[in-house]
Design a protein around this ligand. Structure first.
Ligand SMILES: [Fe+2]
Length: 222
């Protein structure tokens, strides 16, 4: 029997009312297939050096914590597909990011920003039979990369599966003025920037104000 993994992880994220987001996004993926790979972006210094016990799709809640992470709720979902736009089942999608203050839970982050103890800084899941993934998180804060450079809010991605080239990239939030001055994002062509800058819509889900965005990912075969 094929498990309904979509329902399973929506339930895990407390998001059973979100099936329409998947239907919408799957249609977009079919129509918008452009056969080009998602742009690569640097891994950065803050890929987790160790993993907590809770690495599920809901980064706003940690096991055993009653409080949820501070910050603006974000739902990001998408389809992982190959370069012929066929969905890839079983791809391992990992995300990591700063909390709402712009602080990473990593020894290399030496900033004085407050570390939110209720935020799960990393999450991972496998795509379902339709190539879909979804995470519930919060909008990361911007942070000072050096004295003259502030990184805009972004979410790091690593997507992998045997038989495909591992993809490391970063997702940005459309409309953020810091995007235009970010040295990493601006290394991409305009067309490639549009693939990693996601326009988030405001929605009310289960009585909460949520930013909802779609980030589809294309992997190249090995
Ligand atoms: Fe980062």
């Amino acid at each position: 029997m094929i498990l309904d993994t979509r329902r399973f992880f929506l339930q895990k994220a407390g998001l059973t009312g979100l099936s329409t987001i998947f239907a919408l996004k799957s249609a977009q993926a079919m129509e918008g297939c452009d056969f080009s790979q998602t742009p690569v972006q640097p891994l950065g210094p803050f890929y987790p050096s160790s993993f907590g016990l809770d690495t599920d799709v809901d980064l706003t809640k940690i096991n055993n914590h009653s409080a949820r992470a501070s910050g603006k709720l974000v739902i990001v979902s998408g389809v992982v597909q190959d370069d012929l736009c066929r969905p890839i089942q079983g791809a391992i999608v990992e995300i990591w990011q700063a909390c709402h203050t712009g602080k990473y839970n990593h020894p290399s982050d030496t900033s004085d920003n407050f570390l939110d103890p209720d935020f799960q800084y990393y999450g991972t899941m496998k795509t379902n039979e339709k190539g879909e993934y979804l995470f519930k998180t919060i909008k990361p804060g911007s942070y000072q990369a050096n004295e003259t450079w502030i990184r805009p809010p972004h979410i790091h991605y690593k997507v992998s599966l045997r038989g495909y080239q591992e993809l490391i990239t970063q997702l940005y939030f459309g409309g953020d003025s810091l995007n235009q001055r970010d040295r990493i994002l601006q290394e991409l062509s305009g067309a490639d920037q549009r693939k990693v800058v996601v326009n988030f819509d405001r929605r009310e889900i289960n009585g909460e104000d949520v930013l909802s965005g779609v980030f589809d990912i294309t992997l190249k075969s090995v």
